[in-house]
Design a protein around this ligand. Structure first.
Ligand code: NAD
Length: 380
């Protein structure tokens, strides 16, 4: 069967859905791989290395001529409509926000798999693109913060004086938050973190961070499947009140809080940002899904005047954080994609077995229908 990889078309997207390593994996499964010329260039992968791995490099991929299409960012409705009935697609689909594409995939009778829907179970860890890309994003958030912060992260004791370490606060200690904690620690900062999931406290401490315990009712904050639950309005207000002194004390604030399928929770108000010291930096990794910080603008640095006057706080709506490190992000992402495709490939034929929990959960559309019930409901 023919597997195609098109160059990513969305502005700001630098990743690619296959690497020479995964092309080799797919060819060994008996699949024919074609990739559009230049697809890997921003990830540091030449056309020649794809050819060496067994792929055919083509000037432009004919979408109507592939049995399987691998991609990073969600397809456009036009791309979805160009596919033949029965084509399999594997990639990020952002089903909640890309409803026109989901409708087009269903109308085109495409069997689409959304990596966001891969279940968080041990067997599917090697296909978990949310985790692999959150790892990159969490690391990158700290690098972006350090490059904007006008002072050092580590403690320096020199003959010319002592420089105190930066105080970094991380809100949301999931995959991205834990990477941010570890990275900020390695840069020498004092790191504090809060999450509403009680289990996160030990994970924060194991990385050398100090857990900020807000004493919110644990039973009300723990959701299902290891995820957090959205807080009630009064608890959310209480959380912001309790966080205020910790935010004011931080030099760098990194927010990563998310609730699956919902807008990001608001954790920090403009007043809280304005109460930080001049020169402080806030990186909101949730900017694209509404933001954890009031006033954040996705893709933009906003300068917020401090209440004390005489300076500003830089509020960064960080987007495409994983894409900003395309080589390693692509390497991990492509492996996630290839592993999911391998699960449904037998003797060179891609034939999804919907009795498999991973395949059934990850399937967004098939045979003209939207299989993922929340997305189907949103389209009705
Ligand atoms: P996520 O991106 O959905 O959310 C990020 C973090 O924000 C979570 O830790 C969440 O608890 C936190 N959060 C939500 N509301 C908050 C609030 N009001 N205040 C502070 N923090 C808030 O989560 P994720 O990074 O994808 O991981 C969620 C969980 O899934 C973690 O327990 C993680 O260890 C687990 N996980 C399991 C697997 C697996 O078993 N294969 C893989 C990845 C993650």
């Amino acid at each position: 069967m023919k597997v195609g990889i098109a160059r990513e078309r969305r502005p700001g997207e630098h990743r690619v859905a296959a690497t020479p390593d995964t092309v080799g994996q797919l060819v060994a499964l008996g699949l024919e791989v074609s990739i559009e010329s230049g697809s890997g260039v921003e990830s540091g992968i030449s056309d020649a290395s794809y050819t060496d791995a067994g792929a055919r490099v083509v000037p432009e991929l004919n979408l109507a001529d592939v049995d399987v299409l691998l991609h990073v960012r969600p397809l456009s409705p036009a791309q979805a409509s160009a596919l033949r009935p029965g084509t399999v697609t594997v990639g990020l689909a952002s089903p909640a926000s890309e409803l026109p594409t989901v409708a087009a995939l269903a109308a085109a009778q495409v069997t689409s798999f959304a990596l966001e829907l891969v279940p968080r179970i041990s067997r599917a860890q090697s296909m978990d693109a949310l985790s692999s890309q959150a790892l990159v994003a969490g690391y990158r958030a700290v690098i972006e913060a350090a490059s904007r912060y006008p002072r050092f992260f580590p403690l320096y004791m020199t003959a010319a004086g002592t420089i105190p370490p930066a105080r970094v606060l991380v809100l949301g200690a999931g995959v991205a938050g834990l990477q941010a904690i570890g990275t900020a620690k390695r840069l020498g900062a004092r790191v504090f973190a809060n999450d509403v999931r009680p289990a996160s406290a030990d994970e924060v401490r194991s990385l050398g961070g100090t857990f900020v315990d807000l004493d919110l009712d644990a039973a009300a904050t723990e959701g299902t499947g290891g995820y957090a639950r959205a807080l009630s309005d009064d608890r959310a207000v209480r959380q912001r009140e309790l966080l205020a002194p910790h935010v004011a004390a931080a030099d760098v604030l990194i927010t990563t809080a998310a609730i699956p399928g919902r807008a990001a929770p608001l954790l920090v108000t403009t007043d809280m940002v304005a109460g930080m010291k001049p020169g402080s930096v806030v990186i909101d990794l949730a900017a694209e899904s509404g933001g954890n910080v009031e006033g954040v603008v996705a893709g933009v640095d906003v300068l917020v005047p401090t209440t004390a006057g005489g300076g500003t706080v830089t509020l960064v709506g960080l987007t495409d954080a994983a894409s900003a490190m395309p080589s390693d992000a692509s390497r991990l992402y492509a492996k996630n994609v290839a592993n999911l495709l391998a699960l449904m490939t037998h003797d060179g034929v891609v034939s999804p077995d919907f009795t498999d929990e991973v395949i059934a959960s990850a399937c967004l559309t098939t045979a003209g229908a939207v299989r993922h019930e929340p997305t189907a409901a949103a389209l009705r």
